[in-house]
Write a protein that binds this ligand. Structure first.
Ligand SMILES: Cc1cc2nc3c(=O)[nH]c(=O)nc-3n(C[C@H](O)[C@H](O)[C@H](O)COP(=O)(O)O)c2cc1C
Ligand code: SF4
Length: 553
């Protein structure tokens, strides 16, 4: 069935994109359905998935960020109360996450994002006043690959494109492979190998998809690139298109980032005007059309198969792999899906050469990585570090240490490892040391957990997040996240103590039985917390309480 919808959606393709229409259609989906030769139920099935398309959401006027960093800052409740006073009861909802983790106090209002105390003047806020708030951007690497000036002008972009087209596809592919560039979206898969497998596929059409869904609460490095380095991202997509033979691309940007969407749309229209997108770019054998699609409030759409389903206008449930998107992706055609930062890094690789790029970093983690530092650090913002640099250096010297006493850092989003401060010295910013120590670098977002924040509440938050964002396809995640949230909520209010066997059983089931890393990845930070914060959590566990009581008597 989903294959049929993909094919039918593919008939109109990206030009008359079904997802865009699903976003815009009201409850009567008849027109959209008949235009695409689909049943109304397919449109309703897709539309019903997204938070932003619900009736409840449409009645709200502002949304408070309820991401992890805002949760730890403790200002969400009062912000909501303030906004409701100004806008009316029931008019304020939540969004996760607005990517303002360096400020806190974040909310969306009238199509723009605000943070850092702007709620006091809500009645005077306008999109023009929102602007792009300042946050620190620094470079700690001996060579800046992503935070230097980049393409300051369209002219520089044109020159880079001309240089690209003077070399053969195979030469460029060899360069990208030799650089060791690995995907920055979390899994760390080789960009060159992914592009090569897509290139080798015979197909009528191919696509490049830039995954700009940046759903991990705490991460805002993709937002930085989209808003401040958009040409770098587009250049990476053109290179991927040139190598693989893809002639169309999509930048799928989360709806929580309205500024990123408008900046990207604006720059793309300038590129079309200058003939740098479209057909016969620079009079060479390069055609590339680029579309921006706006997400509608679903974390799971960052997972690549769900992302592709979303673009097709299908209900964005995760699909089984293989086939991988490079072989059978968008509209069942070979598709490269890459993270924003992976694509943005390509310009640096071409500019400095594969050897120089690979000389940065350590072992199999080459190049540089953007790290998102939240408001728990003395110097929050974006920092570019050389892969392999010690975590202690990043925290003490670059981030300036913790603003308040801190017990742990959650690195790599809700599915990343939770690193207690005692373990910092064992880690470097690379994939290998994190894996060895039982953590996950992921997209390298750093969220500080203050000593005063109860870990039992943090555990409940993690299950709540997965419960709310589960696509529902497999039961270990769909039901397991609900049961987990219940267990920890009940423990918090003292209704029921936690049973260790039951918690372990739940984690094993989710880890082993989930189809994707949403349900399958949650047990990692949960186990980290249970292991490293056992003393703090002891009072919530049934048996531990008894043992503890016996020891005391
Ligand atoms: C639950 C889940 C959420 C994800 N969210 C994102 C995301 O927001 N952005 C992203 O680039 N990759 C995300 N990924 C990873 C993608 O599935 C995919 O691996 C990535 O986009 C590939 O690009 P890369 O090779 O350049 O990293 C997510 C994966 C999972 C399982
Ligand atoms: S693990 Fe969760 S999000 Fe992933 S496929 Fe299963 S239900 Fe969907």
């Amino acid at each position: 069935m989903s294959k049929n919808i993909s094919k039918l959606s593919g008939r109109k393709g990206l030009q008359e994109n079904l997802f865009d229409k699903v976003r815009q259609t009201g409850r009567d989906a008849g027109d959209v359905a008949s235009q695409h030769l689909l049943g109304k139920s397919s449109i309703h099935g897709s539309r019903g998935f997204y938070d932003f398309l619900s009736e409840n959401f449409r009645q709200q006027k502002a949304w408070v960020c309820n991401g992890t960093s805002c949760l730890c800052s403790g200002d969400q409740e009062s912000l909501k109360v303030d906004l409701e006073k100004a806008l009316g009861e029931g008019k304020v909802g939540t969004m996760t996450c607005l990517g303002r983790c360096y400020h806190g106090d974040s909310f969306q209002f009238d199509g723009a994002n605000y943070s850092g105390g702007q709620s006091a003047n809500i009645k005077q806020l306008t999109k023009e006043k929102a602007g792009i708030p300042g946050y620190g951007v620094s470079c700690d690497s001996k060579i800046a690959v992503l935070t230097n000036e980049g393409f300051a002008t369209l002219n520089q972009f044109t020159v880079a494109l001309e240089n690209l087209l003077e070399q053969s596809r195979m030469e460029i592919l060899a360069l990208v492979k030799a650089s060791g560039l690995r995907g920055r979206g979390g899994a760390g898969f080789s960009a060159g190998i992914k592009w090569e497998s897509c290139m080798r596929e015979e197909a009528d059409s191919k696509f490049v998809v830039c995954n700009a869904d940046e759903g991990d609460p705490g991460a805002f490095s993709d937002r930085y690139l989209l808003e401040q380095q958009p040409l770098r991202v587009i250049f990476g997509m053109l290179v991927a298109g040139w190598i693989t033979g893809a002639k169309e691309g999509v930048v799928y940007i989360r709806g929580e980032y309205p500024e990123s969407i408008s900046i990207m749309r604006e720059i793309i229209s300038q590129l079309y005007e200058k003939g740098l997108l479209g057909s016969d770019i620079l009079g060479k054998d390069l055609d590339f059309d680029l579309y921006v699609l706006e997400g509608a409030g679903a974390y799971i759409c960052g997972e690549e198969t769900s992302l592709l389903a979303s673009i097709e206008g299908r209900r964005p449930e995760v699909d089984v792999r293989p086939p991988f998107p490079a072989v059978e992706g968008l509209y069942k055609q070979p598709t490269v899906v890459n993270n924003v930062e992976t694509l943005a890094s390509v310009q640096g690789v071409l500019d400095m050469g594969a050897d120089a790029y690979a000389s940065l970093g350590s072992g199999r983690s080459t190049g540089t990585k953007l790290v998102s530092l939240d408001a728990g650090f003395c110097r929050p913002g974006i920092v570019e570090v050389e892969m392999g640099v010690s975590l202690r250096h990043v925290i003490n010297d670059v981030a300036g240490g913790f603003r308040v006493p801190t017990k742990a850092i959650h690195i790599g989003g809700p599915l990343g490892g939770l690193v207690p401060v005692d373990s910092i010295d064992a880690l470097n910013v690379d994939y290998e040391s994190f894996a060895t120590e039982g953590f996950l670098l992921g997209h390298a977002s750093f969220v500080c957990i203050p000593e005063s924040f109860p870990m039992v509440r943090y555990l409940q938050h993690l299950f709540e997040f997965v419960r709310d964002e589960s696509c529902g396809k497999c039961f270990p995640c769909r039901l397991g996240s609900v049961r987990g949230e219940e267990m920890f909520s009940q423990a918090i209010v003292g209704e029921k103590r936690l049973n260790r066997d039951l918690v372990n059983d739940l984690l094993d089931t989710m880890e082993q039985g989930s189809l994707c890393a949403l349900g399958g990845g949650l047990p990692l930070p949960v186990r980290n917390i249970l292991q490293y914060f056992a003393d703090e959590l002891q009072e919530y566990f049934h048996q531990d309480m008894l043992i503890h009581a016996r020891q005391l008597s």
